[in-house]
Design a protein around this ligand. Sequence first.
Ligand code: HEM
Length: 221
Amino acid sequence: MQFLFSSIGKKIQVAISGIFLCIFLVFHLLNNITLFFGPAVFNAMVHFLESIKPMIRIMEFGLLFILIMHIGNAIKLTIENKAANPVNYKQSQSNDVSSLNSRTMLISGTIILLFIILHLSYIWLSYQTHNPNNHSETYYDILLRNKIGFLGHKWTALFYVIAISIIAFHLRHGFQSALKTLGFLPNSKNNFLYKIAFIFWGIIPFGFIVIVLSIQFGIIN
Ligand code: HEM
């Protein structure tokens, strides 16, 4: 327990929870890729997920727990680091890479949290207000068919592209620091892991952006 709440313990918690959040993103992208196969396939995927709802609920609680663990420990670490090095920002040098990284990680992390809150409020509220009794209106309609068809709007799409790019930036720095925390320094022996990380911070966000742009340009319609 003592180790878990020590500075290194918290860093390990941030690293491991971050990796689990990335695994969620892989599954989320795979689910959303079915948009390319049309409403029937996408809705069938949603129906399948609804048919295993108890399991999905447990996974959602797990995801929430991991998210809280990630954010809580990251904030605690930042506060502790600041208390240990009480250097005024004005005095800190611009080439102070580690403080710059932790500051930008906190900012990008906050933006991502806001994005998730907006993303979920929008999807879930639209689903409930537009589809209170029957399930004739699907997530597919909400994403791009009905009056709100939100990823079809250019400003919403632009907001998504910017938010997803910030996620990519956060994951790039996050992976580098998580691998170091877990003892994989970026030498030739571990370079493979740093390359694998590119799948998570490069390819996965790129996949989400391709989906948003495909809706925008009518490839998914
Ligand atoms: C093309 C972009 C995206 C689309 C079309 C999309 C679509 C959706 C849909 C339809 C849901 C509702 C699923 C349900 O409640 O059963 C959902 C949930 C969710 N999305 Fe996204 N999403 C996108 C990008 C993202 C990104 C980049 C993130 C990462 C920060 C994200 C995080 C989440 C989370 C955390 C949930 C809740 C998970 C759950 O309840 O199972 N989404 N998304």
